[in-house]
Design a protein around this ligand. Structure first.
Ligand code: PMP
Length: 288
């Protein structure tokens, strides 16, 4: 089945969707994105993603209401239906559009409309992901990204290089370190568990405000688990009882090794397993 994608108001076969070489997403990484997971044909935490998208656009000075939330939801749902998506993700990207030439100055928003792209990604093993039973190995690398990591921009070159560094080191992913403390993973938020407490960096411009992070911390507190939002080091992670990551596409995923040192028993721990279970159970109640 050829995938149907969405581009600027049209549903098209993926090979017919084309954008200009002058698109500012292509020339300047002038765009934002969201990834929303789909389970059983339903969108997980759609509201959270829509709210963060609006914030990212505002922070990058996109003017006006680029697209209404209701319309965005309708497009997501239409893509799920047209692609018969049961489990996977919807990728959404909005760029500042394609002016008639390359220019650092933003184009007049009345003359140049944003480019809006959405497509589905099928992943039938997202819930029953075998990696959740094995856990991930991570390495630490310097956080060399720009200073506004709270905005979900499409400039993903450094995270992409981080994944390549991890791969070259025989690991699955990298944790980014700045001023001696872990900021987050290349494409996920990072956590450790020590003496029953769930520890993760506090929100600031240094990290992406993960939608999964917000939900998991809320569910953890509801389940009377201790949560500490504070900085932690790689040494602390290596000495922790457990470690894990969260993101829209991995949910809660255990981390069993950091820079070659086993975390806890070196196997996925009970807290991460329980949080994954609670997250999947609770979040499906509000899926749309
Ligand atoms: N941090 C970074 C750098 C990310 O790229 C992501 C996923 N896009 C996350 C955290 C997790 O965010 P979410 O739970 O909203 O997917």
């Amino acid at each position: 089945m050829t995938r149907t994608v969405y581009l600027n108001g049209k549903y098209l076969p993926e090979n017919e969707a084309q954008i200009s070489i002058f698109d500012r997403g292509f020339l300047m990484a002038d765009g934002v994105y969201e990834v929303t997971s789909v389970i059983g044909g339903k969108l997980v935490d759609f509201d959270g993603h829509a709210i963060r998208l609006a914030r990212s656009l505002k922070e990058l000075m996109f003017t006006g209401d680029v697209i209404a939330k209701e319309e965005l939801l309708a497009i997501h749902r239409e893509l799920i239906a047209r692609n018969e998506l049961d489990q996977g993700m919807i990728y959404l990207q909005i760029t500042r559009g394609a002016p008639s030439d390359r220019d650092f100055v933003f184009p007049d928003p009345k003359a140049v409309k944003p480019t809006i792209v959405l497509f589905t990604q099928n992943n039938p093993k997202m819930v029953n992901n075998p990696t959740a039973l094995k856990g991930l190995k991570v390495i630490s690398i310097a956080d060399e990204r720009w200073g506004r990591r709270d905005i979900k921009t499409v400039q993903l070159l450094y995270p992409s290089m981080g994944k390549m560094m991890a791969k070259a080191a025989g690991a699955n992913d990298a944790w980014l370190v700045e001023d001696g403390f872990v900021t987050e993973g290349t494409s996920n938020n990072a956590y450790i568990v020590k003496d029953g407490a769930i520890i993760t960096r506090e929100l600031s411009n240094d990290i992406l405000h993960g939608i999964t992070r917000a939900a998991v911390l809320r569910f953890a507190k509801e389940a009377q688990m201790a949560v500490e939002e504070r900085n932690f080091t790689i040494a602390e992670a290596q000495d922790a009882d457990e470690a894990f990551i969260t993101s829209a596409s991995t949910f809660v995923m255990p981390v069993v090794n950091v820079d070659g040192a086993d975390v806890g028993t070196g196997k996925p721990g009970p807290v991460a397993a329980r949080l994954r279970e609670i997250y999947l159970e609770e979040t499906l109640k509000t899926a749309v």
